[in-house]
Write a protein that binds this ligand. Sequence first.
Ligand code: NAP
Length: 256
Amino acid sequence: MTRLHILILGGTSEASSLARAIAEDTRMAPVLSLAGRTATPALPPIPCRLGGFGGIQGLVDYLRAQGIEALIDATHPFASQMTAHARAAAAICGIPVLRIDRPPWMPELGDDWTMVPDIAAAARALGATPRRVFLTIGQKELAPFRAAPWHHYTIRSVDPPAPSLLPPRAAVITARGPFAEAEEHTLLLERRIDVLVTKNSGGAATEQKLAAARRLGLPVVMVTRPATPPMPKVADADAALGWIEVRIHEAAPRRV
Ligand code: NAP
């Protein structure tokens, strides 16, 4: 039986869940692609490739060379360049593309969120009075906070940030979610945090910091998501499985 060749662009829990869900399905030949940003990624049991493709043309070349028939963009909501490349390359190759777009977090009663459009605006939103800031925006976009060196930062990321990116008064915690609310509550209290800065990544794994901030009455500076281009979207890996089934049935007559 010929198998459907699928490329999953990953770096998220949704991509890993999807990869695990189809790993044993003999109707498909999936490959997971990771950018290679994380030193020790948790790899699911399907073939994986690491590193960038070399822009849209590089991705087009890869899709053609590997005979990829369906592309699933399960990158992070803030990985907007990869999403744009996926959409463009799929159009050039004439293959279907699906985006897994997990729903953003929404403010609840008791939340005190300041919405900002980008990381630089988040740094400015902290203001001129020194504050104790919990920064959970990853490791690579810390530079804007160097322009606000009067705050004390607790920075949590999967891998340690480059020292050159750190603001002067910073403590680093390396940890990978999921994080429980009690754990987040303790951290906010122990570090005497008075404001939380996060991207609106959505998802359950890192959501409990928001519940802990709400319970303590702490304000949150929330970086809103970049817009995604128009393309077919689903909210999670389960819904992506349904989309793959349709692709398998579409491909079957072409192979007879
Ligand atoms: P980005 O700005 O959208 O992409 C920058 C470049 O990285 C892309 O043009 C591509 O290089 C390469 N790339 C990104 N995702 C890739 C993938 N899955 N496989 C192969 N190459 C990939 O992406 P980013 O924000 O740096 O994110 C990088 C990775 O970290 C993604 O896998 C994303 O899902 C994950 N991640 C990002 C965030 C975040 O906040 N941005 C948070 C958690 C996880 P070429 O142009 O050379 O192909």
